[in-house]
Ligand binder design. Structure first.
Ligand SMILES: [Zn+2]
Ligand SMILES: [Zn+2]
Ligand SMILES: [Zn+2]
Length: 278
């Protein structure tokens, strides 16, 4: 399984182009290698996780084609994860290879599915909408996908999701946007695994924030304790690649500074363009 990070920022990007805080300034000084687009991940060349406003930029910058994407997993309806005009780029009038374009299965919660089907960009000939059910394993184009309920606040009645993805004995847990998961969820996640995870991308939005007013993401401290808990209960072991992911500019400095903090705990830091083979 190849995993390519197309973007690693929270909603407003890092740097936020309208912001002049210390972190945004430091990241601008460090240069474009430190810049982060909104979060999304491409698995092999045929499974995409999240569909935010920077999908086009992330794919172009990494020289990726999304032509072969047959499975799209959308975590929730926040605008950094769902940008409906992306569906338009696939449509007949904008896509010269429309005839050869495979239909794309979209697995998401009911709120996200309604937003897609109500939108002017919805093309029923090339889009298969599938309702994600918590802890229900679904096989999609050779991937086994298990939606896990996130601890996250979205629209009234909407359940944000994380995704556990398995293929050919390898496993990848995509775990943003969420606060720390409880013991019950962790136990259930473990029940879907034959061996510890190969890769996890974990919500690290709140970085070095001291006072948490929005408990639906994780601070760096919470990332460390979540990882500790997951190691203890066997979801992860020493071979698991662990990547901090989804960074807000407020409490997160440069890539280098983040790496210096997280490395002590065996945690790496995702960046735009990072490509991993598991
Ligand atoms: Zn987000
Ligand atoms: Zn800033
Ligand atoms: Zn969110």
């Amino acid at each position: 399984m190849r995993v390519l990070f197309l973007g690693t920022a929270a909603y407003e990007g890092h740097p936020n182009v309208f912001c002049d805080c210390d972190n945004c300034r430091k990241v601008r000084e460090a240069g474009p290698d430190n810049f982060r687009l909104t979060s999304a991940v491409l698995v092999n060349d045929d499974l995409l996780i999240d569909f935010g406003p920077n999908i086009m930029a992330g794919a172009q910058k990494t020289g990726s084609t999304l032509f072969n994407v047959r499975t799209l997993l959308i975590t929730h309806s926040h605008s950094d994860h769902l940008y409906l005009p992306n569906f338009g780029y696939r449509m007949d009038r904008y896509n010269a290879s429309y005839e050869r374009l495979s239909p794309m299965s979209v697995l998401a919660n009911s709120t996200v599915l309604s937003l897609i089907s109500d939108s002017v960009y919805f093309d029923p000939d090339k889009t298969i909408l599938l309702m994600a059910e918590a802890y229900k394993e679904t096989v999609l184009n050779d991937y086994s996908v298990i939606p896990i309920p996130a601890v996250h606040k979205v629209k009234e009645g909407e359940q944000a999701l994380l995704f556990l993805i398995k293929k050919k004995g390898k496993s990848f847990f995509y775990a943003t946007d969420t606060g720390p998961l409880d013991e019950f969820s962790l136990k259930l996640i473990k029940s879907f695994l034959d061996s510890p995870l190969d890769l996890v991308a974990i919500d690290s939005t709140l970085g070095f924030m001291k006072e948490v007013t929005f408990p639906y993401h994780q601070t760096a401290e919470q990332v460390v304790s979540t990882v500790e808990t997951m190691r203890k209960n066997g979801i992860m072991d020493d071979t698991t690649k662990i990547y901090a992911h989804h960074f807000s500019h407020y409490p997160n400095p440069t890539q280098g500074e983040l790496e210096r903090f997280y490395v002590r705990f065996g945690i790496a830091v995702a960046y735009d363009g990072l490509s991993l083979e598991i």
